[in-house]
Design a protein around this ligand. Structure first.
Ligand SMILES: [Zn+2]
Length: 208
């Protein structure tokens, strides 16, 4: 069985490939969204592109989209564009893959309007942030940082088994290395981990 890479930018890899802006690539599974760094005055155009492909059956999720305190895009505009994509996800009943940098506490109000699962990708924050996000109903996706960040490893250990995913994002690493590390931390085999991720995927795609 291949290792499912929940969020990545490596065309051809098994998992959810995140489409580049305005791309017409057609991978096996993909997510489509407007990243906060790509928001311009012309954002309606980009949102139209998102809407034009989001309904495709191999589009598994909306995103990555969200909030980023480090990009020079007005935060009110970021929130508006994020909200529009959550509403689209609600309409299509597809989960949302969230990009968030230093605005985690602001995510909570968006959880309230979402009628679909919300997954925070590349999660690498501390226990207290993880706890408040998990309590609010978010899922967490762990990537490269899990390999070396000891505090994140303990966050991952405590994360409920039905609330996480594993990913490479844009990093040049093997997804199998992430699975191996994650399996060690959770004291299970990599095939048990693969099974668990598959179950979690079913959970968010059926939105049960
Ligand atoms: Zn990404």
């Amino acid at each position: 069985m291949d290792f499912f890479d929940f969020h990545h930018h490596h065309l051809g890899q098994f998992g959810i490939y995140n489409l580049d802006l305005f791309s017409d690539d057609n991978p096996e599974f993909f997510s489509i969204g407007l990243h906060p760094k790509d928001i311009t005055k012309d954002f309606e155009n980009a949102l139209d592109w998102v809407k034009s492909r989001a309904h495709e059956p191999n589009c598994l999720a909306i995103g990555e989209c969200g909030l980023d305190a480090l990009v020079e895009v007005d935060s009110v505009l970021q929130e508006e564009v994020f909200k529009q994509q959550i509403l689209l996800a609600n309409t299509l009943q597809k989960p949302v893959i969230i990009h968030c940098v230093r605005r985690h506490s602001d995510l909570l109000k968006f959880q309230k309007i979402a009628k679909v699962p919300m997954i925070i990708h590349g999660f690498n924050k501390k226990e207290n942030i993880a706890t408040s996000l998990l309590n609010a109903g978010f899922y967490l996706s762990f990537g490269k940082s899990l390999l070396e960040n000891l505090s994140l490893q303990s966050v991952f250990k405590e994360c409920p088994d039905n609330r996480f995913f594993l990913e490479t994002d844009a990093a040049k690493i093997n997804i199998s290395d992430i699975y191996e590390k994650a399996s060690n931390i959770k004291a299970m085999s990599t095939s048990e981990m693969q099974h668990l991720i598959k179950q979690n995927l079913n959970l968010i795609l059926k939105n049960e």
